[in-house]
Design a protein around this ligand. Structure first.
Ligand SMILES: [Zn+2]
Length: 299
């Protein structure tokens, strides 16, 4: 009797302990890569919700009521920014009426705002397609930039949840160590890719190519966000590229056509975590990108 009573007390005690230690912060992540990063940095101190999955195009998301409800109960929202979510996130923020996650608050973080951006247009002209005035938003595909974003996200967590500051500091330090070692490994594996000429479907690989020293010689889309046309594809035939890079979300007809015309191999690369098998976290994402680029697998 006494024994079971003690056990009961112990169980209640550890239950109370785990309730205080866990899930203080509710995180809303616009894209799966930031949800994964938030889990990495917060551990059991946060519940993380991913607003979109790898099978969705984050340029075009419906501001559904379920997303509004999730944002309403969040303490921290992390999005790509630089215009990527212009079509849906401002509307979610207006409707959720949650002052914690409005622009300018510590509870709203734009990843692209934390790093140097490429392809900032000299002048903004809608005729140039789906061009973002703040530069190319697809910053998740350069691991060096991901590390800067991780540090910014961790510091926001420390601001919002100061009671767990030591926990967040320890986690971001551990992540940085593992991540820097992984970057070294990836760079060594990808050495032979330097200078390779690629044609991309959408310009979402800009930061990846910049990191690896590869060169974009053309895009299947005549302008960002504008579907490929036959006359534009015909112009690409003379480019002598080493590879055509597409994501699993892209229509495969244009790349297949160009491959048939030129013999240039097509490589399907995961654009975020969960896009293909083996990319359940950020380490797996870059492992798989480098593996596919170096072996030509994933056609
Ligand atoms: Zn884009």
């Amino acid at each position: 009797m006494l024994k079971s009573f003690t056990r009961l007390l112990f169980t209640l005690g550890s239950l109370a302990l785990s309730m205080t230690a866990q899930a203080n912060v509710q995180i809303f992540a616009c894209e799966p890569e930031w949800a994964t990063l938030a889990k990495e940095l917060a551990g059991d101190r946060a519940n993380t919700f991913a607003a979109t999955h790898a099978g969705q195009d984050p340029h075009h998301i419906q501001a559904r009521p379920s997303l509004i409800a999730k944002l309403r109960s969040s303490d921290l929202a992390i999005c790509t920014g630089a215009g990527l979510e212009t079509g849906w996130m401002p509307m979610l923020q207006r409707r959720a009426r949650n002052p914690k996650v409005m622009p300018g608050e510590p509870g709203y973080l734009e990843a692209a705002g934390q790093v140097e951006r490429l392809e900032i247009p000299a002048a903004l002209d809608r005729a140039e397609g789906d061009v973002h005035g703040d530069g190319n938003p697809h910053v998740q595909l350069d691991p060096r930039r991901v590390l800067e974003i991780a540090k910014a996200l961790s510091s926001r967590l420390q601001t919002i949840d100061p009671a767990n500051k030591a926990h967040y500091l320890q986690r971001v330090e551990a992540f940085s160590r593992r991540w820097l070692a992984a970057i070294q490994r990836w760079e060594a594996q990808a050495h032979a890719l330097k200078g390779k000429r690629v044609i991309v479907h959408h310009r979402e690989w800009t930061y990846l190519l910049d990191w690896l020293g590869m060169q974009r010689v053309g895009s299947l889309e005549p302008k960002p966000g504008i579907p490929p046309t036959l006359s534009h594809l015909a112009d690409l035939k003379e480019l002598q590229a080493d590879r055509i890079i597409v994501s699993p979300l892209n229509d495969d007809k244009p790349s297949t056509w160009l491959h048939e015309q030129t013999g240039t191999d097509v490589v399907v690369l995961p654009q975020t975590v969960g896009a293909v098998k083996g990319t359940e976290d950020l380490f797996g994402l870059f492992d798989e990108i480098i593996r596919r680029l170096t072996t030509g697998d994933g056609a």
